[in-house]
Design a binder for this molecule. Sequence first.
Ligand SMILES: Cc1cc2nc3c(=O)[nH]c(=O)nc-3n(C[C@H](O)[C@H](O)[C@H](O)COP(=O)(O)O)c2cc1C
Length: 346
Amino acid sequence: MPTPSRASQQITQRKQDHIDAMLQDAQIERNQSEFSALRLMHRGLPECDIKQIHTATQFLNKPIAFPFLIASMTGGAAQNLGQINRHLAEAAEACQVPMAVGSQRAMMLDSAAKQTFALRQYAPTVPLIANLGAVQLNYGFGVDEAKRAIETLEADALYLHLNPLQEIIQPEGDTNFLGLADKIHQLSQQIDVPIILKEVGAGLAPQDIELGLQAGIQHFDLAGRGGTSWSRIEAHRADNPLGFTFQDWGLTTLEALKLSQPYQKNAFFIASGGIRNGIDMIKAVIMGGRLCGVAAPLLKPALSSTEQVVDCIEQFKQEFTTAQFLLGIQNMDDLHLNNALFIPNM
Ligand SMILES: Cc1cc2nc3c(=O)[nH]c(=O)nc-3n(C[C@H](O)[C@H](O)[C@H](O)COP(=O)(O)O)c2cc1C
């Protein structure tokens, strides 16, 4: 058994390895989101003024500027990981968008890692989301760890990420996913903020949503395939060919969105995985995503500065607003499940 500090060092090293892999292998980005196959109904007479396009919405009872979410990435006992989180948090506040952090498991073992998740000081007004791996509920984590994760971030919600494919490829992966729905249900009754169930790039199936709903969960981040491939990232770390074989496994974000539509009345869906510009975003919103999570495109800007993250988010916003204007939709709420905005197959 590693000592606590060894275990924490391992987790921090893993977070660094993930970033290095992403910077070194361009094919971790799969470019297979299939958003481009959906065609939008351009309007030549949009009957609206771009200055009055209303993109604002609410998330976790807080106003946000447009339906964008800085998706979970990192945190851990290393200076660059802390810097990334600070840049992301400052940009979240500047742009008035929510932000989620990467897994907080490292901070349970090392107080140095905890600092990198103390982000409320940089983002006082926007929704912040804490994050733990759901599978850790089968490996000793419970309500205490969840409360510590939430308190450190002063979070508005807790992500429990579901990553069975990633754990299988990881040499040190935790692969017992038995009985988790029950434990998620118990946990949800003992904490004060909503739990959001999230995949990490292979998508949630309708059966997962049903299990989640039965466990009292109302928020889901579909995190489909098409963008960052975690299987491929872990294949590099583990030198495990299985990770390359499974690099395109899973439901695309579009497939997951389509399959989530029967549950739209009972749940709040976040679309993420392969969302690369404001046009992808608007398609995901029309398909039922109330928010769009973006991870990989923010990594390089976050390694650099807060301003670069702000520029990247503002570009998404400009693209989203332009697309909304060209569809002739003044209010963001009128995008939701509005299938008439797609060109039907001829
Ligand atoms: C560098 C990096 C680190 C990530 N770390 C986590 C994590 O710790 N926990 C988590 O739930 N998701 C994590 N993710 C997954 C993302 O939140 C997201 O679900 C996935 O990357 C798909 O989005 P994308 O295609 O926009 O990158 C990470 C993504 C990146 C790029």
